[in-house]
Write a protein that binds this ligand. Structure first.
Ligand code: HEC
Ligand code: HEC
Length: 370
């Protein structure tokens, strides 16, 4: 796995060098005027306005081209795999398989994460190795076990397609080229917003819309870890430090946005530590959003848990306190497991299930355009 990553990164660096000099092309070659899209029509007030790439403003034509590319197996070497092969809308653009299958039946080394509200993230992939979506897309396209494509060949294929000739002309007033391809995909990925779950209607405090068990789950989720002095009963499970806010995801890496949630006694996958080379980052991973979490099993970077009940069992009874880089937010429990009762566990699961946004998974704007 680690070797594969090193090779993939090296391949990416090489191929980026190879392609850069010829691209992007010079001045515009057509006078087509694309239709601008106002970011405030994409991002809801409750999430705030994310920082957006200034050199890639949203247009209807750009987003539409990005969506076509996302669903098109033309991006893979044998035209068998698209981004959507591993990122499936019905499960919030995650993959129900533990590891995803790319070209030639090869498998990925980690579980495919769900995709939404990416405009609010500054780091991408489980090990947070990418900082922009525009650069990120070149990774799956070229990875030998995902799409195994070469950029010159892809550019050639896109240029030869009358459909893409027209779509690139409309979006960027150019012939198809891989730099504009990446910008179109960046626009589409940034435009994917999930905001209509019951949780998002509740957050931060409209308790009246929650059922009794969801309310109890919400309180456990949003309260600091504490134990009743007399009975010893757990009063809070503190999920919100790392999965809090309307996005159900801490964005600040230093506040839990990249962390070690105590899965293993020893570090196996180095995670973010392999990227930074800093021993404090070993075994830490990007903290995922919990929106749509009931749809995106299996869970964790290696898909080790099949159900939300298993996840809650982990946080209740299975935290590995001996792990050297365990998050200080978890080690603050002083090595004591939460020992949630059966009812507390099911309350927490009930609350997690309020985070499903069925509008998002059925939104035609993100569906297969072909
Ligand atoms: C063969 C399966 C596969 C294909 C094809 C694939 N992905 Fe992924 N994707 C994954 C896996 C696995 C990860 C997690 C990898 C990691 O973190 O090391 C991932 C991670 C991502 C992430 C990071 C999300 C986050 O929250 O950090 C984005 C964005 C993404 N993929 C977009 C794409 C796009 C766009 C394409 C098409 C160009 C694509 N993927 C093709 C399997 C795939
Ligand atoms: C210290 C930060 C932190 C705290 C506190 C925390 N988590 Fe997590 N959570 C993470 C990280 C990091 C991951 C991903 C770990 C990995 O895959 O290696 C994760 C993964 C998950 C996942 C799987 C997500 C997916 O897409 O696979 C769920 C579900 C989850 N946490 C629920 C909870 C619940 C419920 C609580 C409270 C009991 C909680 N978390 C507390 C950091 C935290």
């Amino acid at each position: 796995m680690r070797i594969y990553l090193a090779i993939a990164t090296a391949a990416l660096a090489l191929s980026a060098c190879r392609v850069d000099p010829e691209l992007p092309p010079g001045g515009k070659t057509s006078a087509y005027q694309p239709t601008p899209v106002d970011p405030s029509d994409i991002f809801p007030e409750k999430f705030g306005m994310p920082a957006l790439p200034a050199d890639n403003p949203f247009t209807e034509e750009g987003i539409n081209l990005g969506r076509m590319l996302f669903y098109d197996p033309i991006l893979s070497i044998d035209s068998s795999v698209s981004c959507a092969s591993c990122h499936v809308q019905q499960v919030a653009f995650g993959d129900p398989s533990t590891f995803s299958t790319g070209v030639f039946g090869l498998q990925t080394g980690r579980n495919a994460p769900s995709l939404f509200n990416l405009a609010y993230s500054r780091k991408f992939f489980w090990d947070a190795r990418q900082n922009t979506l525009r650069e990120l897309v070149f990774e799956p396209i070229q990875a030998h076990n995902e799409m195994a494509m070469t950029l010159p060949l892809l550019q050639q294929k896109l240029k030869a397609s009358p459909v893409y000739k027209e779509a690139f002309n409309k979006a960027f007033q150019h012939e198809p080229n891989v730099m504009d391809m990446a910008k179109a995909m960046e626009q589409f990925l940034l435009s994917m917003v999930s905001q209509n779950s019951k949780f998002n209607a509740f957050f931060p405090g409209k308790f009246s819309i929650l059922s009794e068990e969801e309310k109890r789950g919400a309180i456990l989720f949003n309260s600091l870890v504490d134990f009743d002095k007399i009975t010893g009963i757990t009063l809070g499970a503190d999920c919100f430090h790392c999965h809090g806010g309307a996005l159900a995801q801490q964005q600040n890496p230093n506040m839990g946005g990249i962390s070690n949630n105590g899965l293993d006694p020893v570090i196996t996958d180095k995670g973010y530590g392999a990227i930074t080379g800093n021993s404090n980052d070993l075994g830490t991973f990007k903290t995922p959003s919990l929106l749509n979490i009931a749809l995106t099993a299996p869970y964790m970077h290696d898909g080790r848990f099949q159900t939300l009940e298993e996840v809650v069992d982990h946080y209740s009874d299975g935290i590995e306190y001996d792990n050297p880089t365990i998050s200080p937010m978890l080690s603050a429990h002083g090595g004591r497991q939460l020992n949630l009762s059966a009812q507390q566990k099911s309350d927490l699961v009930a609350f997690l299930k309020t985070m499903t946004d069925t509008t998002f998974i059925n939104n035609p704007a993100y569906s297969n355009p072909f």
